[in-house]
Design a binder for this molecule. Structure first.
Ligand code: PEP
Ligand code: MN
Length: 682
């Protein structure tokens, strides 16, 4: 007799079979649409339609009791697959030889389970033909196989978001007469793999590709007792661990390598930088023609003439033809000491007449111009799957930030500005408002940015619940303190790096960039590698050594106004960061000390219009720390936006009375939702 568990499993099997057959039916309908679109003049993608569709599906999911984020993630993947399907259809229509290929041999460098192997499967999966992937020992052997016809394609890694460009790949492309017909992005998620689930203390040797080891130095530093050794590639390292059958060995490789070699995953997410991607180009003997409706990139190589401003003239030629550069790389030009080959990728398709004209103009300015090919882009904005944000809030914040008050500035203001001790921060240096792009969010633009979250990260449940509440109400970023500046040494000091990992994971899950405070220069580099925005707290506004360090990192800074600081002192603190290199400062008014005791601090809202005249930097307002009492936070949020703030930062908490810090000023999720609806969101 079947147990209840077995019965349930059978029921699940039936449901899964149904899901698969529905997915197949969907794919058949997409194929039909692809055919119709190919004949007509329709675009391949309609992003607005995709966004509306995602929003509708998430809403229906929510109404039916499903998590809308889960629904969004699934359907983003399904929509992306459909788009790839349509691109395949057009490419086959325009390239009869391609359409006739029913089997393909695709080369990659490494062993089964290597990231290149995964990229090959990912790229050729939607092609719907029989694909054999073949591992090669080196890039050269792999590309020679393509040139000689032993392989149809090669997956060549060209750059990594952490390690940078792969020089050998560039040099081979210049030397060999091959074409680029595609690109693929592979997320690199390093895991620690071993034979059994043993404690880390029992691991004594770790093997991996040197680039992978470089990307995981923070993790490896914690394992001082381990001997770390370079290996040919990540998957081969995994294979070695399996073959040696030694419980004290481990490899850093992909999750798929663990599956392929029957290893256990001891730890995930080992890389120092959380976003780690490799871009591959797909190499073939002959170019492929892509319909101009497909968002393409074109890769070229050129050598400049020996003329003054030669490189600039070449780039200007591309700009004059409205071609947007996505990559510029230089490599030594073989046999010409101190001369360089330039590699440029731009958005555009050689099938387009405008691109042809631009390339002719460019050829006239160079000693060498080689077009490597045009191929469907995977990294540009036009190629990205629709945003999940559309699903989490049916409508965004409708309130708008007024543009700069007076332009040109009145003479008495210019007079004042000339005398100020800050220069880079001043409107004299830059008249236009500065805007910073953080993930999908723009700070300093017309839409006020809403940052919300708890004062401190307290637990996984607390920060995930908060992230969900922020996202569902239509907020843009997640805040959460991990290193807390507390008046009393006995108060909760924050969860430190453990809290940071939770904050980052919660932000990623809900598509929200994260903001967190750093109090000590020695934490800065490590926090900046994971957090999207670094906050400098009010108590540290004139910590000059910290300000200088903040100037050396490439992360936007939220600079809180010190509670005893004048506007000029605040802008001078910003000047420290700018003067040390980092131009990405967001000023935050959070209340100052006055004789008034009814509120925790006095929110100096007049600082908003005043500072907006003096500086081009975005200004946000934190009403929570100013009021100290949640009841007044909504009114001061609305007032801040009316005064011209580029956004607000408010504290929220799932259960304010139990908050470890700043409970009395934290809004409940319901109160926050209500506030957001008042701003037009949701
Ligand atoms: C905070 O944002 O939690 C904080 C400590 O703010 P402030 O530095 O403005 O007091
Ligand atoms: Mn706080």
């Amino acid at each position: 007799m079947d147990t209840p568990l077995q019965d349930l499993r059978k029921a699940l099997d039936d449901i899964d079979a149904q899901l698969l057959s529905d997915l197949l039916r969907r794919e058949q309908a997409v194929a039909e649409i692809s055919r119709l679109k190919a004949e007509g003049a329709h675009g391949v993608r309609d992003v607005a339609r995709e966004e509306a569709l995602l929003a509708r599906l998430a809403e229906r999911g929510r109404a039916a009791g499903l998590d809308p984020h889960y629904v969004t993630r699934l359907f983003r993947e399904i929509l992306d697959h459909s788009v790839r399907h349509q691109v395949e259809h057009l490419a086959d229509r325009d390239n009869p030889q391609r359409a006739a290929q029913k089997t393909l041999v695709v080369g990659y460098q490494g062993a089964e389970g290597a990231y290149s192997y995964l990229a090959a499967h990912r790229h050729f999966g939607p092609r719907g033909v029989d694909v054999t992937v073949r591992g090669f020992d080196s890039f050269l052997e792999m590309l020679e196989a393509v040139r000689e016809g032993a392989a149809d394609h090669a997956m060549l890694p060209i750059e990594n978001t952490t390690a940078g460009s792969i020089n050998e790949a560039y040099d081979l492309l210049a030397r060999m007469n091959l074409s680029l017909v595609g690109e693929e992005i592979q997320k690199v998620e390093h895991c620690l793999l071993a034979l059994e689930e043993v404690p880390l203390a029992r691991i004594h040797r770790i093997y991996s590709h040197p680039k992978a080891l470089d990307q995981c130095t923070d993790f490896l530093r914690e394992l001082r007792h381990c001997h770390v050794e370079s290996y040919t590639d990540t998957a081969m390292a995994a294979r070695k661990v399996r073959d040696d059958q030694d419980l004290s060995q481990a490899a850093i490789a992909s999750e798929e390598a663990a599956q392929l070699y029957g290893l256990k995953i001891l730890r995930r997410d080992l890389a120092n930088q959380r976003e780690n991607y490799t871009r591959f180009v797909v190499v073939a003997r002959e170019p492929v023609r892509y319909d101009p409706r497909i968002a393409c990139k074109t890769s070229i190589i050129f050598a400049t003439r020996h003329e003054e401003g030669a490189l600039l003239n070449c780039l200007n030629t591309l700009a004059a033809h409205h071609l947007n550069l996505t990559k510029l790389e230089s490599r030594p030009r073989p046999n010409n000491a101190w001369e360089y080959l330039f590699y440029v990728d731009f958005e555009g398709n050689v099938a387009d007449a405008g691109v042809q004209t631009a390339l002719q103009a460019l050829a006239a300015q160079t000693n060498l111009l080689k077009v490597l090919g045009s191929y469907p882009a995977r990294t540009t904005k036009a190629a990205q799957p629709a945003e999940p944000r559309a699903a989490s809030s049916a409508a965004g914040v409708t309130a708008r930030v007024p543009a700069t008050a007076a332009s040109p500035a009145p003479p008495d203001l210019l007079n004042d500005l000339e005398k100020k001790p800050y220069k880079l921060t001043s409107r004299i240096t830059r008249a236009a408002d500065s805007q910073f792009r953080i993930g999908n969010v723009t700070v300093g633009g017309a839409v006020p940015v809403i940052i919300a979250g708890p004062c401190s990260v307290e637990s996984r449940e607390q920060i995930f619940a908060s992230a969900k509440a922020v996202s569902e109400a239509g907020g843009h970023m997640l805040r959460g303190g991990c290193f807390k500046p507390r008046t009393s040494p006995y108060a909760f000091q924050g969860l430190g790096y453990e809290g940071l990992d939770l904050l980052v994971e919660a932000g990623r899950q809900y598509g929200l960039p994260v903001v967190t405070e750093v109090m000590h220069p020695s934490d800065l580099e490590r926090v900046a590698a994971k957090a999207d925005v670094i906050q400098l707290g009010a108590r540290n506004m004139q910590n000059f050594s910290l300000l200088k360090e903040l100037g050396s990192i490439d992360r936007p800074i939220v600079l809180k106004r010190g509670m005893m600081s004048s506007i000029d002192e605040w802008l001078s603190a910003a000047e420290y960061i700018l003067a040390h290199g980092n131009q990405q400062v967001i000023l935050c008014e959070r209340g100052i000390r006055t004789f008034e005791t009814a509120t925790r601090n006095t929110l100096d809202l007049s600082a908003v219009p005043v500072a907006r005249e003096l500086t081009h930097l975005p200004i946000i307002v934190d009403p929570s720390h100013a009021c100290g009492t949640r009841r007044w936070v909504p009114a001061m949020t609305r007032a801040a936006i009316a005064a011209g703030a580029h956004g607000v930062m408010v504290e929220i908490h799932p259960d304010p009375p139990r908050a470890m810090s700043d409970g009395p000023q934290s809004l409940t999720f319901d109160e926050f939702g209500e506030l957001m609806r008042g701003l037009g969101a949701g």
